[in-house]
Design a protein around this ligand. Sequence first.
Ligand SMILES: C[S@@+](CC[C@H](N)C(=O)[O-])C[C@H]1O[C@@H](n2cnc3c(N)ncnc32)[C@H](O)[C@@H]1O
Length: 210
Amino acid sequence: MTSVYDSARLAEAYAFDRPPVLEQILHTVAPHAGFVIGRAERLPFPAGSFDLITAAGSLNYADFPSALAEIARVLTPDGTFLLYDFSPGRSSAGDDKLERWFASFEQRFPWPPGWEPLDPRELPLAAYGLQLLDFTEVETQLPMDADAYLRYALSETNVENSIATGACGPEEARDWCQTTLEPVFTGGPVTVVISGHVATLARAAESDEQ
Ligand SMILES: C[S@@+](CC[C@H](N)C(=O)[O-])C[C@H]1O[C@@H](n2cnc3c(N)ncnc32)[C@H](O)[C@@H]1O
């Protein structure tokens, strides 16, 4: 199955251009966490391998029934699964210029069809032996200058989708965003408001019934 993330352009954007929201969230809950590369649906680890598993903005792109089953399998009985994500930086503290720009951005570059934000509270967790312990909404305010915001906007999957489907070229996308963002950033950097959430999960208690 091809994915919008099978893209060299998007890989570079993710390496350099995403706003550092998740690092900030991670430092509040798991300062020594590391990262590995693999597919969520088939984790290459034995059962009960990890005290802590995190998934940042990724389960909604995976086949989440398979991914949840795998996470439950490799989590230790007392382990914690942190599922966290953030929404696009579509508004700013102060005025509605960024919000209005973002609406035009979404019209110009529609989101890929079939993609849905994932609400951990609505997942069929019990079916995979998991339970939700806590759900916390997090709001991050990030000062961003025009260049940082432009780079971030170009890293969004709606732009990638337009480029991948041939609806527009990378330069055209950059030019459109750069030109239309100018009035938003005439006063200098803007404090971008980004909402997110952290869900804390664990394995469900084993039933005594055999
Ligand atoms: C919105 S990005 C989030 C990336 C990173 N966690 C971050 O927060 O910056 C979604 C990520 O999900 C990853 N992804 C997509 N499908 C996946 C799958 N089946 N298993 C594991 N990761 C997947 C993509 O490679 C991409 O890096």
